[in-house]
Write a protein that binds this ligand. Structure first.
Ligand code: AMP
Length: 423
């Protein structure tokens, strides 16, 4: 299947080709024709599947075919849980809309609203927003949403996790009732199903990567080790393996900071990324990591969610999440777009039970290892608070955000990117 077989217009095909995409990903193959038909979508897709282009490309096409309104009211609204994700979607919109006469803008809280308000006043066709700031501007009468034709709820599960349920309901009630709805979620719990039942109209269900297949290209192993030896073992693995780009997940912000500092002390450049860090610190950490200046990024789940870190060879779960689905999100950051990756989970005595839960979800058993010199001494105990289906404490809303963006033409020579995922 090629992009041109999906019914996309020439300006979009040109933009896609300049991005270096050769073939559509499975989620794109499924989403694009359905969105172009004007239907609602309920998509099971996580970051790394190409979902953004899956909704953005056909959305831009529909907007470009629609009748232009002279004052350019918002016609498509994309809601996302975090500022980083909003900014990333903005980056993709910029590339995809390069040859179209459409404008977009990205808004989120934690930064001065004035530049965002100015951008909106100039007229935008597509607005990418986090729910809080959107409502804020709407309440101040600085934003009209009565011309919205397409609503995208991206990472809907994470928006609900972050407590945006009420905001979402309020926003959706402001929108015109006749509209196209596209809901993307990595997991489908009761709340998401309810959201879908309440707001989607006869949605077409699409699912490109059932959760337990994303991990096929990733070698996964667990290493049983005592809690208080995890840092030393992490340092050993990174140094002896000479790993240059490693993403490490910890369960707490504090833990992320602590580990980052210890790695630095051991001569391994590291930065922590979590909700308590300023946006500037997070942006700098991510940029340093992407450019190779920083070898290790230590992150909490929510901070890493939605970040586009391509071709990541190593992920370490310093602590296992107690919700198996979170494991899948975490390691979804490795082995993307055809690259193989490795995911290592360090399992303390009280985390052994979590391994079983994750294996059950994935339907496969991990390779279990013990590293000589790090043989576990701690007894295997049940986790202190074992609460099935309850998420661990998360970072709340992050503080500041990247600078707002507006539409401008981007350059750069693309590399060819083949979609290697499962079909
Ligand atoms: P997403 O799941 O939307 O966050 O996309 C994950 C990554 O895949 C992003 O870096 C995209 O630029 C890239 N991507 C999206 N579609 C394709 C494609 N058809 N071929 C190759 N790479 C793609």
């Amino acid at each position: 299947m090629l992009f041109k077989d999906l019914g996309l217009s020439e300006p979009l095909l040109r933009a896609v080709s300049e991005k270096g995409y050769e073939t559509p990903s499975p989620i794109q193959e499924q989403c694009i024709p359905v969105v172009l038909e004007g239907k609602d979508i309920l998509a099971s897709a996580q970051t790394g599947t190409g979902k953004t282009a899956g909704f953005a490309l056909p959305m831009l096409q529909l907007l470009s075919q629609g009748r232009e309104k002279h004052n350019r009211p918002v016609r498509a609204l994309i809601l996302t849980p975090t500022r980083e994700l909003a900014a990333q979607i903005g980056d993709e919109l910029k590339d995809y809309s390069k040859y179209l006469h459409l404008r977009y803008s990205v808004i989120f809280g934690g930064v001065n609203q004035n530049p965002q308000v100015r951008a909106i006043k100039q007229g935008v066709d597509v607005l990418v927003a986090t729910p809080g700031r959107l409502l804020d501007l709407h309440t101040q009468n600085l934003l009209r949403l009565d011309n919205v034709e397409i609503l995208v709820l991206d990472e809907a599960d994470r928006m609900l996790d972050m407590g945006f349920q009420r905001d979402l309901n309020r926003i959706i009630h402001i929108l015109p009732s006749k509209r196209q709805n596209l809901l993307f979620s990595a997991t489908f719990n009761k709340e998401i199903k309810k959201l879908a039942q309440t707001y989607l109209h006869h949605p077409v269900s699409v699912s490109a990567t059932p959760e337990n297949t994303t991990v096929e290209k990733i070698e996964q192993r667990t290493i049983r080790v005592d809690k208080d030896r995890k840092t030393a073992l992490t340092i050993k693995l990174i140094s002896e393996g000479n790993w240059q780009q490693v993403l490490i997940f910890t369960r707490t912000k504090h833990g992320a900071n602590r580990l980052g500092q210890k790695l630095e002390k051991a001569g391994i450049s590291a930065a922590a990324i979590h909700g308590n860090k300023t946006q500037n610190a997070r942006t700098a950490a991510l940029a340093g990591f992407k450019s190779g200046k920083i070898r290790v990024l230590v992150a909490t789940d929510i901070a890493a969610r939605g970040l586009d870190i391509p071709l990541l060879p190593h992920v370490i779960n310093f602590e296992l999440p107690n919700v198996p689905e979170d494991y899948v999100h975490r390691i979804g950051r490795t082995g993307r777009a055809g690259a193989t990756g490795e995911a290592i989970s360090l399992v303390g005595g009280d985390e052994v039970d979590y391994v079983a839960g994750i294996e059950k979800l994935l339907g496969e058993k991990f390779v279990r290892q013990v590293i000589p010199g790090f043989e576990p001494q701690d007894p295997e105990t049940a986790p202190e608070k074992k609460q099935q289906n309850q998420r661990p404490p998360r970072d709340k809303k992050p503080h500041q955000g990247p600078k707002p963006q507006s539409n401008s033409v981007g350059g750069g020579k693309p590399k060819k990117k083949q979609w290697y995922g499962r079909r």
